[in-house]
Write a protein that binds this ligand. Structure first.
Ligand SMILES: [Cu+2]
Length: 739
């Protein structure tokens, strides 16, 4: 956001003209070829502009590629840059780094410096060795090599990719960004031509002037009113200007304040955000007249002055920690959620407590009528298939899957360490028709709230019934009872994948399988799809659960959906544990904010008060390795058969340009995110079918199919982006999918 492609990217399509040296009486020339990466198609001259007066026999400056891509690992490797000449005479060429971010030498082990001179002989290649030393800023080449001889000269941009990526402050020019709210919940929204992130949390106690009351016992922290049911905090961040504004419910033309903290949220087909449930009354605290707080539904509209509206109907039960999912027909599924609060003492083993209060039911909100569909009581899971002390967990991870290009949808619901599968029958009294089988993970700990790790539906191909669900982190497998909760209990580093083929019998799917795990065991983390379809696992703690956690894990980890392996990524600037959030941004960075640390944690052992420590109101941003990999492709104005909205079964054309935009460029849509508690309820990455590719003067024009089956990409707002053959994603544009 602080830098853009146009600011930093050299125009590779129009490389620097040959130097004036070429215009002198040239008897010899030089061929420049940068090696070290896959060759681009055809041995294109680096500088196609022949000097005036040069004859057909004059040597031409050429290269078989236009830039050098190198990776910066802990032990940087020299990469070769090959220089050749068609001249009959040998002559010397100077190669120097303009930024000092690489060093150059005459051999892989030769002394490396800022400049090297090599002799280029007729018919023989000369090789200069380049060692990456330092990365520069993302979005641009880190270095430029000046290649010059008495005859001629040229430049070779060098892109140096840090394989771990980087975390930076999220403010302008990488400065700190204070959101003035702890972003426990965060959702990306279209707002007119721009975008905003709406964030909300429990309220802090306020001074008379409205400023939050500092906690006298803890520097930089505040006094909270965590369980206050008639107050809230909400702020919106403008994605372009990085300015925040207050968006609380204020009762003026909208609802009175309600604590929707720990509700569930997902986008409606028209781009507004739907929020179900929220905080309920903890045992021992009385809030007269507010007992149904967690039974409410709200809609947030970023373009409306008050922002929030209250749906004029309560849910069938109070739901604290429910999950909301947009269905293929645009209706909103609300699943699970608890009727009671878990006390903040970390030891609520009471049979009447949290676990048994989980609501084994779902309901469906229809945005067309802004009412709930009358379903009676419909059950989510088959409790007969559970052990004695087990029950449905809250904040389940719910994914919609296409059964194929024709109509038909299935749903997968993962909670604790189990998966339940459903056929979606929209017209039935029981729209979720559960398969008679539960798929248990190989590892036994719970991966759901309050010992949640994170889960993600890996990128799917449009209209394909094949899908994979990745589960990372959560409770350690040595913890066999989900109700055992202590700040000391270890978390797991294991990861598992469930392979699904929704076109097959849902009771006859493959089981969960273990894959090589994370480097760090963690709970309370986020697994988020990045712009190239890879996944970043960030934040969390090594021990504990919910509010009671310790030993934050700052190192993030990248997951490659092709190899199914994790690699270490950069570390967060600060601890991001319970109640932190992560959202993919249109520029390909990841926005991470929030964290309430915990109650009675390592700073105040034994503290049973409703007091959070280690809360953070700032935000940071992850720059994935692809932002250093090479010039980004860019996408132009999209033309669709259906006008503004991309209609299911239709197609659109998308102009794509850029150095590596070629016949292998892919196009994807990524649903705008809405996240809390490690559960990005909208998260979805769909590769689209490119039906036709035409080369144009400026690049390529692609004809892209909109999925035929809305279950591939339920209606709503998406990013559309192109990923070039080097794996570099373009900046995203907004599109809306609909029927
Ligand atoms: Cu919470």
């Amino acid at each position: 956001m602080n830098s853009t492609q146009s600011d930093h990217t050299p125009d590779i399509c129009n490389p620097p003209r040959r130097s004036v040296l070429a215009a002198t009486a040239v008897t010899a020339g030089v061929l420049v070829a940068a090696a070290g990466t896959a060759p681009t198609a055809g041995a294109a001259p680096l500088s196609p502009h022949r000097a005036p007066g040069s004859g057909p026999d004059d040597p031409v400056l050429r290269a078989d590629r236009e830039l050098l891509r190198v990776k910066l690992t802990s032990a940087p490797k020299p990469v070769p840059l090959t220089l050749s000449t068609s001249s009959k005479e040998p002559f010397s060429v100077d190669v120097s780094s303009t930024t000092g971010r690489t060093t150059v030498g005459a051999g892989p082990r030769a002394r490396q410096g800022a400049k090297v001179t090599v002799k280029v002989a007729a018919g023989k290649d000369a090789v200069v060795w380049v060692v990456p030393k330092k990365t520069g800023d993302p979005f641009g080449p880190a270095d430029q090599l000046d290649v010059s001889s008495v005859h001629d000269g040229t430049t070779v941009p060098v892109w140096i990719e840090p394989t771990a990526g980087e975390w930076r402050h999220a403010g302008p020019d990488d400065k700190e960004l204070d959101l003035e709210i702890v972003a426990v919940h965060a959702a990306q929204l279209r707002k007119g031509a721009g975008q905003e992130i709406i964030m909300w949390s429990s309220p802090r106690q306020r001074n008379k002037d409205g400023s939050p009351k500092p906690d006298p016992g803890q520097k930089g922290q505040w006094l909270w009113n965590v369980y206050g049911l008639d107050d809230m905090e909400a702020r919106a961040l403008d994605v372009a200007t990085l300015r925040t504004t207050d968006r609380i419910m204020d009762g003026n033309g909208g609802p009175d304040r309600q604590n929707i903290f720990c509700g569930g949220s997902a986008h409606l087909p028209d781009g507004r955000l739907f929020v179900a449930g929220g905080h309920v009354i903890p045992p021992g605290l009385s809030h007269e007249g507010h007992s149904s707080n967690g039974g409410h539904m709200h809609i947030y509209d970023p373009t409306k002055s008050g922002g929030w509206t209250l749906v004029d109907q309560p849910m069938s039960q109070v739901r604290w920690y429910p999950t909301v999912t947009c269905l293929p027909d645009g209706r909103m599924l609300i699943s699970s959620g608890s009727r009671k609060v878990l006390e903040g003492n970390g030891n609520d083993g009471d049979a009447d407590g949290f676990w048994t209060s989980s609501g084994n039911s779902y309901e469906i909100f229809d945005p067309a009528t802004e009412q709930l569909v009358d379903l009676g009581t419909v059950r989510l899971i088959d409790t007969k298939k559970l052990g004695k002390r087990e029950s449905l967990a809250t904040y389940p991870y719910v994914y919609v899957l296409p059964k194929g290009p024709d109509d038909g949808a299935a749903l997968a619901l993962v909670e604790s360490n189990r998966t339940w599968l459903y056929d979606y029958a929209p017209d039935s009294d029981t729209p979720l028709q559960r398969a008679d089988r539960v798929y248990r993970m190989r590892t036994k700990g719970s991966r759901s709230y309050p010992t949640y790790g994170s889960m993600v539906l890996l990128p799917i191909e449009a209209d394909s019934p094949r899908a994979r669900i990745l589960a990372v982190g959560g409770q350690h497998e040595s913890q066999t009872d989900h109700r055992t909760l202590s700040a000391d209990q270890p978390s797991t580093a294991t990861a598992e994948i469930l392979d699904l083929d929704a076109s097959r019998d849902l009771a006859d799917q493959r089981a969960w399988r273990r894959i090589p795990g994370l480097r760090n065991g963690r709970v309370l983390c986020d697994a988020t799809l990045l712009a190239d379809g890879s996944v970043l696992v960030s934040g969390g703690s090594a021990n504990g659960w919910g509010d009671m956690n310790k030993n934050p894990v700052k190192q993030s980890e990248l997951f490659d959906p092709v190899t199914e392996k994790f690699t270490p990524a950069a570390s967060n600037l600060t601890d991001r544990r319970y109640h932190s959030t992560a959202l993919l941004q249109p520029d390909g960075t990841l926005f991470k904010a929030g964290s309430t640390g915990g109650f009675g944690n390592e700073r105040n052992p034994g503290d049973k008060g409703y007091k959070w420590t280690y809360t953070h109101t700032d935000a940071e941003r992850y720059y994935p390795p692809y932002l250093w990999r090479g010039p980004r492709p860019s996408i132009g104005e999209l033309t669709s058969t259906g006008g503004e909205v991309l209609r299911y079964g239709g197609e659109f054309t998308l102009p794509v340009s850029g150095a590596s935009a070629d016949g292998r460029t892919r196009v994807a849509v990524v649903r705008l995110g809405s996240t809390t508690h490690g559960n990005e309820m909208d998260q979805r990455y769909v590769w689209l079918d490119v039906r036709e590719r035409r080369e144009t003067d400026t690049g390529w024009e692609l004809t892209v199919a909109v999925p035929a089956n809305p279950a591939s990409a339920p209606p709503g707002d998406y990013y559309v982006l192109a990923v070039d053959s080097a794996g570099v994603p373009s900046e995203a544009k907004l599109v809306r999918l609909g029927a």
